[in-house]
Write a protein that binds this ligand. Structure first.
Ligand code: COA
Length: 334
């Protein structure tokens, strides 16, 4: 049976550090409020010299290097983002050009904060069907240009950051190698699409996708019903985690590391304590990077791999929740 396996990880964040104190200069907020509600201390923002494809390229090259493969050896690229380089074509096409890959397929996948896991599932399906042997999976976000840095936008502006993460997923048909993706489960509930969204520009509007008036009203900035999102996240994440563990034939206690989407430290603490998971099994980097949506999980994965916290043979469960609503878990034997 063909199983897919992550053979390389990479991440990249822009250099510019934006602290809670910096944000407090631009809106009515405080370091204390932000840390208490979300665990975030600082995040990275692009400074005008880098665009999404720059972030994606760095992360992708690090992952390829770690996997020991060249860009010409991959069969496809799946890139998850909610903050694309341009309206169309997707960021993946710009990355395709940057990497100088042959005429392999690439596409963007839009499943917001669960985008990386949805992309991983897609790449895994290509591999298990035999259509591809090696796929580059990237999560990449530049949120900072889509947030409202004023008191009106403070509930979302303080939470999000810019960054990219990537993995190389390869076919593992070695009879003795038990490592790889054991199970992945995805869900969505479109009923709540407007609870966390950027409304405009959009083809839903006529005769133009965005107007000056819509911009004055701030309809091109992220809007969120924070409490509603929180409530659903802490319910759905444990649900899908248990579902994926069952599918993988593993138990909660067997898992060495839980990589939760870095949306809010309080959400993850709530999920871990409700399941009785020890805090030391739940690494986080949200304090340094904020919520990088589709990039959060691959960034955290890269950190634990390079930091030696995830070792061959160990089991890792990655769980996300986000706009859509979407939620997902992947269980991987490293
Ligand atoms: N600084 C200071 N005060 C702020 C603020 C900020 N950055 N943002 C909001 N507030 C204020 C609100 O205006 C409100 O004031 P009011 O009581 O005078 O109306 C008060 O703080 C409480 O707001 P509320 O939204 O009820 O706070 P909360 O305890 O629910 O925390 C979130 C807000 C956003 C941190 C929390 O709801 C959350 O984390 N939700 C999930 C968000 C998330 O993870 N989204 C991404 C999912 S992928």
């Amino acid at each position: 049976m063909i199983r897919s396996k992550i053979t390389g990880t990479g991440m990249y964040v822009p250099e510019r550090v934006v602290t809670n104190h910096d944000l407090a200069q631009r809106m009515e907020t405080s370091d204390e409020w932000i840390q208490q509600r979300s665990g975030i201390v600082e995040r990275r923002h692009v400074d005008g010299t880098e665009t999404p494809v720059d972030l994606a390229e760095h992360a992708a090259r690090h992952a390829l290097e770690a996997a020991g493969v060249g860009p010409d050896e991959i069969d496809g690229i799946v890139l998850a983002t909610l903050s694309p380089q341009h309206e169309f074509p997707g960021t993946s096409f710009f990355l395709h050009h940057r990497l100088g890959v042959p005429e392999i397929p690439c596409f963007d996948l839009r499943a917001q904060c669960s985008g990386f896991l949805f992309s991983l599932a897609t790449a895994d399906a290509f591999i298990r069907s035999g259509q591809m042997r090696r796929v580059l999976v990237v999560g990449c976000e530049v949120h900072s240009t889509g947030l409202e840095f004023s008191t009106r936008g403070r509930d979302t502006a303080v939470l999000f950051g810019d960054g990219a993460g990537a993995v190389v997923l390869e076919a593992n048909d070695g009879a003795d190698d038990r490592s790889g993706l054991l199970a992945i489960r995805l869900h969505a509930q479109g009923e709540h699409a407007k609870r966390l969204w950027i409304e405009a520009p959009g083809s839903a509007f006529w005769p133009e996708r965005i107007t000056k008036q819509m911009m004055d009203e701030g309809r091109h900035f992220a809007r969120m019903e924070g409490r509603f999102v929180f409530k659903h996240a802490v319910t759905r994440m444990p649900e899908v985690l248990r579902e994926a563990l069952d599918a993988a034939g593993t138990k909660l206690d067997d898992i060495d590391l839980f990589l939760f989407h870095q949306a809010n430290l309080r959400i993850n603490e709530f999920v871990a304590s409700s399941l009785g998971i020890a805090p030391e099994k739940c690494p986080s980097n949200i304090e340094r990077y904020g919520n990088c949506s589709a990039a959060s999980i691959p960034m955290l994965l890269d950190e634990v791999v390079r930091g030696g916290r995830l070792r061959p043979g160990q089991l890792v469960a990655m769980t996300a929740f986000g706009s859509g609503f979407t939620w997902a878990t992947a269980v991987v034997r490293w």
